[in-house]
Design a protein around this ligand. Structure first.
Ligand code: ADP
Length: 504
């Protein structure tokens, strides 16, 4: 009888369920969109009940389409949008408020206040993060302080809180397991990544009672079992939930970036770049985040440095929807082939400011080096290159922090389909860029974690044998050319920095 892994992939815009076989091939997949709720400017919420119902529907559909019985599911893995927080009543199972999504900015004034009160250092030392509304802690504080009746319920031991993995697992086990994994915990601003415990001092500063927080476990172990009737009325399978990873860490593991110096870069709307730093948390000198990558069972915890580019594939969308000089994203590669001169055009797509290593919210985007002969193809090419230069700077920062050579860049996400972008990324970073055949790396990370916990997979070497490479892009640029191009990029970035401050 064939056995499979089922993975719940709960993203920001949709929830999905994937069923994969022992070779890591996808047997079936089902997806449901999620409603985005914007109650006020800067506020972003999801309905937790909708999330769970949508997830349940995709579980049933994926099982049906793959013709898989519940007793054939060896284990279930969960990967999720990180930092989004839910608070619920454990007796009724009902949320006390919508889930506050990672993008939500409602706590930005409070975060500024914490920074003014010189709390940044305490939080950074213990959590590896910066004080920012992005992380869960201040959102959780907001719910506890602004929703009627919650304080009373806390006193009566009725309240539970958690990130989306915790919410899904609590529901999937019929309310019997209230737990999370270290990768999700490390994004809350409440978790000490060194002691690997909820931190009393940080919880006190944010006025969060520790008893409402989930138990923190490894990323690969049996947490509990799925309530049978979630699969179907007569389901017989005793399916363990055995793997949990936040989405970016899951992509890192799904790419099998398991050696120190392995980088994964996801080229989605933005780019999320993580480097495996092994068993040591590294304090960045370049404004990167230190985060927990994963912990497999009783093995040592693995850490990562993380940075992001705000405008990744979104810069290609700008060419299409803003400038209207391409019809679709895939066309961008075609235009790069039309350039037959050596104009040095730079598009710096810092439309929403610059992320690491600059963190400059007053930067704006710009185009440099325009000539009389500059055509649309030059702009398209320079925009793709702009995505690669930004990622290059993150990887350069990672190399400086790690003080070790980066091995390679493992890529995924929509814009990794651009061969020109991948080749340029390889040349400008002077590193091999590896694109896998299975682009569902986020789901695969949690699937692998679940599989490892139950012996469906023996070890990481077995996973490496089944993962297939699509293309390896190799550097093909002289050192002098590379240095010249990078110099031009850095000069261009220096011109956009502090832009709004300067012109006011
Ligand atoms: P997200 O998960 O953030 O929605 P995806 O991984 O689905 O992102 O990637 C979508 C992004 O990839 C879009 O911004 C789009 O512009 C870009 N993209 C998709 N295909 C290509 C392509 N062939 N060349 C360049 N960019 C692409």
């Amino acid at each position: 009888m064939s056995k499979y892994i089922m993975t719940l992939d709960e993203g920001t815009t949709s929830v999905r369920t994937l069923i994969t076989n022992k070779k890591g091939q996808i047997i079936s997949m089902a997806q449901n969109e999620l409603k985005q709720i914007f109650p006020k400017s800067g506020w972003v919420e999801h309905d937790p009940i909708e999330i769970w119902n949508a997830q349940k529907t995709t579980i049933v559909t994926a099982k049906k389409e793959g013709n898989v019985k519940s007793y054939q599911i060896a284990a279930l893995g969960i990967t999720n949008q990180r930092e989004t927080i839910v608070v619920w009543d454990k007796e009724t199972g009902l949320p006390v408020y919508n889930a506050i999504v990672w993008q939500d900015q409602r706590t930005s004034d409070f975060c500024e206040k914490l920074i003014r009160e010189k709390k940044a250092e305490i939080f950074h030392k213990k959590t590896g993060l910066f004080i920012n509304p992005y992380f869960s802690g201040t959102k959780l504080k907001w719910i506890l302080e602004n929703v009627n009746g919650v304080q009373e319920k806390i006193k009566n031991e009725k309240i539970l809180a958690g990130t989306i993995d915790t919410w899904l697992m609590w529901n999937a086990t019929g309310g019997s397991v209230h737990a999370t994994d270290v990768s999700n915990a490390s994004r809350t601003l409440l978790f000490n990544i060194h002691t690997q415990k909820w931190d009393e001092e940080l919880c006190e500063i944010l006025n969060i009672p520790m008893k409402i927080l989930p138990t923190v476990k490894s990323s690969s172990e049996i947490y509990g079992y799925v309530k049978k009737d979630i699969f179907s009325k007569n389901a017989t399978g005793n399916v363990p939930i055995a793997g949990i990873l936040g989405d970016q860490q899951s992509a890192l593991f799904g790419q099998l970036a398991t050696s120190v110096g392995d980088v994964k870069n996801t080229y989605g709307t933005g780019c999320f770049t993580l480097v495996n730093t092994g068993t040591k948390p590294i304090d960045s000198k370049n404004k990167l985040l230190t985060t927990i990558a994963w912990k497999i069972g009783n093995n040592k915890t693995i850490y990562a440095l993380e940075g992001s580019v705000f405008m990744g594939g979104a810069s290609i969308q700008w060419l299409r929807d803003g400038l209207r000089i391409i019809y679709n994203a895939a066309e961008s590669d075609f235009f790069t082939k039309l350039v037959n001169d050596d104009q040095r055009i730079y598009v710096v797509p810092s439309f929403t400011g610059l992320g690491a290593p600059y963190w400059d919210s007053s930067a704006k985007g710009a185009i440099f080096g325009l000539e009389r002969g500059t055509k649309r193809e030059h702009l398209v090419k320079a925009t793709l290159e702009g995505i690669a230069y930004q990622s290059y700077e993150l990887i350069e920062a990672m190399e400086n922090d790690l003080k070790e050579k980066i091995n390679n860049i493992k890529v995924d996400g929509g814009a990794s389909q651009s061969n020109y972008l991948m080749q340029f990324q390889s040349s400008i970073s002077n590193l091999n860029v590896i694109r896998p055949k299975n682009v569902e790396t986020t789901a695969m990370g949690a699937a692998y974690m679940a599989g490892l916990a139950v012996g469906f997979y023996d070890n990481i070497d077995e996973l490496k044998k089944i993962s297939k490479i699509d293309v390896i892009f190799k550097p093909s640029m002289s050192i002098s050319e590379r240095n010249k191009l990078i110099k031009g990029w850095k000069y261009s970035v220096s011109k956009v920095r502090n832009w709004t401050k300067e012109i006011e």
